[in-house]
Design a protein around this ligand. Structure first.
Ligand code: NDP
Length: 390
């Protein structure tokens, strides 16, 4: 029997890897919806290759080029946020959530409402609206599977275990592009320098977030939300080789480590094949050649985002939405070369300082309240960028 699948964000780094895995088994999958943003050429090519039912671009001005590229194929085309949500809500057995940023939340929720299995790469959804995502899944009988490599590793480490016996979860961080740079050089780090990751080949935004450790900050919160693990049981360790993705520590002192190549097709494939395992076209590690794994304590002064993640977990409620939106806006400011690399954390700190007295922790989490908090935080971050602009 074939499985119906959809890929939200199919034109991105995670999306393309997912398409690649699905293309290997054309008799196993029926593709319902593919969605993208501005890369219409790639979206149309994927939709043709996979025989998708519908292709949707997030942007209205991309509709005509998409329609032209798919004319005569019988594949439906649509554009805009409502169309993305409609496509995400079409019945499917498995949906990949791989849109970048808070824009992934509404379609992710729509997919969960139809009771599907949601493979979650879009960590921003859990950070901004974890309780809403989980209650929506519980209400429809949907399941959320992790795709982030660290969270897939923890998930795999927990198979057959009692969560009550978990003492600690350790997620690893490569340290990103600037891990060996002296602190005083960081202020002048350029966009090009921040956009190159030492180990992983990923989308531009997550690559820069890896250099600043905002990505790891999101992942700490994601760990807390996904596994309901107390914040004080979550640790981060620098592991420059990026081969151990996470470790789970149990009450008997055992540490279960997940080891694998830096290739997202492993975590994507695990979520695609779950609860089975299937052959995946990823490198088999030669441990003798690798020789050693190294670890270092992260330096809080170098990575202020890590302490900001702790604030989010302590505050709860809408703090995640505020933190993520401020971070996304600060990242836009850095990409537009209006602020420097270190200013990103300073902008987020400004927003936290202004908004932390606003009862964020007590607010109910609904799509509306999350989007409102997101909008306000982006506005505050924009003001901070103006003050700090070069
Ligand atoms: P990319 O930037 O490579 O791809 C993002 C996707 O989202 C593209 O399909 C893009 O379309 C689409 N998109 C962009 N803006 C919008 C919008 N406003 N509305 C709807 N769709 C939009 O990102 P990644 O694949 O790197 O990351 C995707 C998610 O997965 C992120 O949440 C990231 O944190 C997470 N993740 C990524 C990993 C990786 O290795 N890349 C690892 C673990 C998690 P287009 O390109 O056509 O404009």
């Amino acid at each position: 029997m074939t499985r119906k699948v959809s890929i939200l964000g199919s034109t991105g780094s995670i999306g393309c890897s997912t398409v690649g895995l699905i293309e290997r088994k054309p008799d196993t999958f029926d593709v319902v919806a593919l969605t993208g943003g501005r890369n219409v050429t790639r979206l149309a090519k994927q939709a043709r290759a996979l025989g998708a039912e519908i292709a949707v671009t997030a942007f209205d001005d991309c509709l005509e080029p998409l329609r032209d590229a798919l004319s005569g194929t019988g594949i439906e085309v649509a554009a805009g946020e409502m169309a993305l949500c409609e496509a995400a809500g079409r019945p499917a057995d498995w949906v990949m959530s791989a849109i970048v940023g808070a824009a992934g939340l509404p379609p992710g929720l729509k997919a969960l409402e139809q009771g599907t299995t949601l493979a979650l790469a879009n960590k921003e959804s859990l950070v901004t609206a974890g309780s809403l995502l989980k209650s929506t899944a519980a209400g429809s009988g949907a399941r959320i599977l992790p795709v982030d490599s660290e969270h897939s590793a923890v998930f795999q480490g927990l198979v057959g275990e009692d969560i009550e016996t978990v003492e600690r979860v350790i997620i690893t961080a490569s340290g990103g592009a600037f891990r060996d740079w002296p602190m005083e050089k960081l202020a002048s780090a350029t966009l090009a320098e921040a956009s190159s990751h030492p180990n992983w080949d990923m989308g531009k935004r997550i690559t820069i977030d890896s250099a600043s450790m905002f990505n790891k900050a999101l992942e700490i919160i994601e760990t807390h939300e996904f596994f309901n693990i107390d914040p004080d049981k979550i640790e981060v360790i620098l592991h420059p080789e990026s081969l151990i993705h996470a470790l789970v520590g149990f009450c008997d002192g055992a540490l279960m480590a997940h080891v694998g190549p830096h290739d997202m097709r492993h975590a994507i494939g695990y979520a695609l094949n779950w609860p089975e395992r299937d052959h995946l076209p990823v490198e088999r590690l030669n441990l003798a050649e690798i020789g050693q794994f190294t670890f270092h304590e992260p330096d809080d002064e170098r990575y202020p985002a890590l302490a900001q993640a702790r604030w989010v977990m302590e505050e709860g409620g809408l703090a995640g939405a505020v933190f993520n939106a401020a971070k996304e806006r600060a990242l836009d400011g850095f990409i537009e070369e209006r602020i420097g690399f270190l200013d990103m954390a300073a902008v987020v700190a400004d927003v936290i300082e202004i908004m932390s007295g606003e009862g964020l922790g007590l607010a109910a989490i609904t799509l509306d309240s999350v989007q409102q908090a997101d909008e306000t935080a982006r506005m505050r971050a924009g003001e901070s960028i103006l003050r700090r602009q070069r």
